[in-house]
Design a protein around this ligand. Structure first.
Ligand SMILES: CC(=O)N[C@H]1[C@@H](OP(=O)(O)OP(=O)(O)OC[C@H]2O[C@@H](n3ccc(=O)[nH]c3=O)[C@H](O)[C@@H]2O)O[C@H](CO)[C@@H](O)[C@@H]1O
Ligand SMILES: C=C(OP(=O)(O)O)C(=O)O
Length: 428
């Protein structure tokens, strides 16, 4: 088990290349189940979520060959094997095996998913969608059993705008008989990416990226080649890092339009950002001013950037109020930031950040993926050395984090934890 050590204070400069999008990759891999011949996906991020999904595809009989960032998946020998426990719990996106296996085999048994602990994360809208398509869905001892004689297209109104439910229903509906309409669908770029892959496989989907998606079911889907979009959350994290501790940082392989809400807030704080076609050049302004943020569904401010943004606010002058309307309890990073001298109060579902303060290095624990990103931002700004444990979360979503930051001039490295530290970590 490892920990990250960061010595704060070094100015970041140079170029960083953003990897493929985690939240696309984790849906594109299960989507390959729906094809009847080889699917090739290029530009995958090298993160643990991708490795685990590849293993799950093999567990159901898929032939998976990973060559660098390109994966070749031959789904022809896959079977509807139950996946009740084990790896399924290590990540959130294993829930996409429900939609994909239901679409192809009309049956599946999948354990309830894991993923970041952000308060309650129900999957009732996924289930409502599968039932509307004709599936019988039961929850037996922590596993979801899905079975349908046939899937029939349906009109499905999502009560909550959900990325996962939108994608999962799309995965099943592409193989249903007739037309499915998903209303109040989520509009995240990753949904368009999945729809693009499915369309290349022969699916008929209109409206992905809007709040009404229309799908005409088809009898079969074939293999294809697909290149994944860049990770807007990783790009946003580096943009925040550059605003916090940058001199001049060029962020490469980014779609600036995917980050409009973040860029608007950073500019409001005084950060200077130039947008190219696929690049952002970020320079901190003379003084950072506090702003308020409220997370919303896309294209609003992403909840996945709320935590790293909170760390940045500790450096800004004034008071900033951070409200998360998607996950009201996504504030586990705050106690850790307080250990580092941050002045933050949590009141009624909002974090109130007072600044500027000089953060101090401390021993802290990442409780989830973006809490980890928040601690990295804080550690790079802090006086002295910050020790971060809980790397299994960070490794789910950030490829080569320490290497990318070292290239930008950060003093950051990994070390093996001692047995005593591991014991303390497990008991904390
Ligand atoms: C693998 C993946 O893509 N993860 C992302 C996805 O998670 P995920 O797909 O799990 O998040 P959703 O978009 O589904 O959740 C949005 C909101 O809807 C609620 N909800 C969701 C489904 C449901 O059936 N019932 C329900 O009430 C959730 O509790 C949450 O409050 O979108 C989140 C919101 O942008 C991001 O933080 C995650 O990074
Ligand atoms: C919450 C996240 O991931 P997941 O849904 O995979 O847990 C995230 O990427 O910030």
């Amino acid at each position: 088990m490892q920990k990250i050590l960061v010595e704060g204070g070094n100015p970041l400069k140079g170029k960083v290349r953003v990897s493929g999008a985690k939240n696309s990759a984790v849906a594109l891999l299960p989507a390959a189940i729906l094809a009847e011949s080889k699917v090739i996906i290029e530009g995958l991020p090298q993160i643990s979520d991708v490795d685990i999904l590849a293993q799950l595809l093999e567990e159901i009989g898929g032939s998976v060959s990973m060559q660098g960032r390109t994966v070749h998946i031959d789904p022809s020998n896959m079977v509807s094997m139950p996946l009740p426990n084990g790896r399924v719990k290590k990540l959130r996106a294993s829930y996409y095996f429900m939609g994909a296996m239901l679409g192809r085999f009309k049956k599946a048994v999948i354990g309830l998913p894991g993923g970041c602990h952000l308060g309650p994360r129900p999957i009732d809208q996924h289930i409502k969608g599968f039932e509307a398509l004709g599936a019988k869905v039961t929850n037996e001892q922590g596993a979801i059993y899905l079975r349908a004689d046939e899937l029939r297209g349906a009109r499905i109104y999502l009560d909550v705008v959900s990325v996962g439910a939108t994608i999962n229903i799309m995965l099943a509906a592409v193989r249903a008989k007739g037309k499915t309409i998903i209303e109040n669908a989520a509009k995240e770029p990753e949904i368009i990416d999945v729809a693009t892959l499915l369309t290349s496989m022969g699916a008929k989907i209109k409206g992905a990226g809007t709040d009404v998606i229309r799908i005409e079911g088809v009898d079969s889907l074939t293999g294809c080649m697909h290149t994944i979009i860049p990770d807007r959350i990783e790009a946003g994290t580096y943009t925040i890092l550059a605003a916090a501790q940058g001199e001049k940082v060029l962020i490469d392989n980014v779609i600036p339009q995917h980050l409009e809400s973040l860029l608007a807030k950073l500019r409001e704080m005084g950060v200077v950002i130039e947008e190219g076609d696929e690049q952002l050049l970020v320079q901190p302004g003379k003084e950072l001013k506090s702003v308020d943020i409220k997370t919303l569904v896309y294209p609003g401010f992403p909840t996945d950037l709320q935590q790293p943004f909170t760390s940045l606010l500790t450096k800004a002058t004034g008071t900033g109020v951070v409200s998360d309307t998607i996950y009201q309890a996504r504030f586990k990073h705050i106690d850790e930031l307080r250990r580092m001298n941050a002045q933050i109060k949590v009141e009624g579902g909002s974090a109130i950040v007072s600044g500027p303060v000089q953060l101090e290095g401390a021993k802290v624990k990442a409780s989830d993926l973006r809490a980890g990103a928040a601690l990295i931002v804080a550690g790079l700004m802090a006086d002295g050395v910050t020790e971060i444990t809980g790397l299994e979360h960070i490794d789910r979503g950030y490829e080569q984090l320490t290497e990318k930051l070292t290239n930008l001039g950060a003093n950051i490295w990994r070390e093996e934890m001692t047995e005593e530290e591991i014991e303390q970590f497990q008991n904390s």
